[in-house]
Write a protein that binds this ligand. Structure first.
Ligand SMILES: O=C(O)c1cccc(C(=O)CC[C@H]2O[C@@H](n3cnc4c(=O)[nH]cnc43)[C@H](O)[C@@H]2O)c1
Length: 227
């Protein structure tokens, strides 16, 4: 089984990369070998464009993984989520793709007559198939943005526009899109580093989120590589 493990930055999954390297039988470039299982580690860079480019290049090269995991931190829109909590994203949408109307309202691609088609559904949402639904993570709906909202006004507009969205990142929808286009089930894990709120970096708990993310990631990957 070939697993692709991807993150925007090394910082987010470095403890797990070190943990995997300590257990691998052999290492060939960015691919770690564990007998029947290989884990290929790819850092995409931050943002939707960098992620789409990196994954498009990887999947275009063939030898597709049977499972792709994107791991990272993210902002919680849903105040019921806790800082440091690790969630699985089960659906994604591009939160700022489209146009701005005269009154400042966001218009999606379909609303300006450009429905994106498959793998989006009729609501322009990218949905993960139910295959890995039994994994023990809370499932959340996410949006991905190029520009993270940082003022009360734009956050209120985003929440009104996407009332179902619980988590926000800058890469998730590109990961879903690249996986679904290639028939690969996307497993996106996000640890909550902050609430989506007027910009206040001092309130973020990045260290705690990364610790929790890596604990959960190692528990998950451990099940695949255990002898
Ligand atoms: O300085 C800022 O205002 C700021 C806003 C959002 C993210 C950052 C980062 O340095 C982290 C980028 C990284 O983390 C993910 N992330 C974390 N929290 C959020 C969020 O509230 N909204 C969107 N993305 C978030 C993101 O996927 C990036 O990879 C700094």
């Amino acid at each position: 089984m070939n697993i692709l493990l991807t993150a925007a930055t090394l910082f987010e999954i470095e403890p797990t990369v070190n943990w995997l390297r300590a257990r691998a039988e052999t290492e060939t470039g960015n691919v770690l070998n564990f007998g029947q299982v290989t884990i290929e580690v790819v850092f995409t860079g931050v943002g939707l464009t960098a992620t789409a480019y990196a994954l498009g290049a990887r999947f275009g090269a063939g030898n597709l993984p049977s499972l792709a995991i994107q791991a990272g931190v993210g902002g919680a829109i849903d105040q019921n989520l806790e800082l440091g909590q690790v969630v699985r994203v089960s659906s994604e949408r591009f939160g700022d793709l489209g146009a701005e109307d005269k009154d400042g309202r966001h218009l999606s691609l379909a609303e300006i007559g450009l429905h994106p088609g498959l793998p989006f559904n009729q609501q322009e949402v990218l949905e993960s198939p139910a295959g890995l639904a039994s994994l023990p993570f809370p499932h959340v709906a996410a949006i991905s943005v190029n520009r993270v909202n940082g003022s009360a006004k734009s956050i209120a507009m985003m929440k009104a526009r996407f009332p179902e969205a619980q988590v926000e990142s800058m890469e998730g929808a590109a990961f879903f899109y690249a996986c679904l286009q290639n028939g690969i089930e996307p497993l996106q894990l996000r640890a909550v580093s902050n609430y989506v709120a007027p910009r206040d970096r001092d309130s973020w708990q990045m260290k705690e989120a990364i610790l929790a993310l890596n604990e959960q990631l190692q528990a998950l990957l451990g099940a695949f590589i255990a002898p």
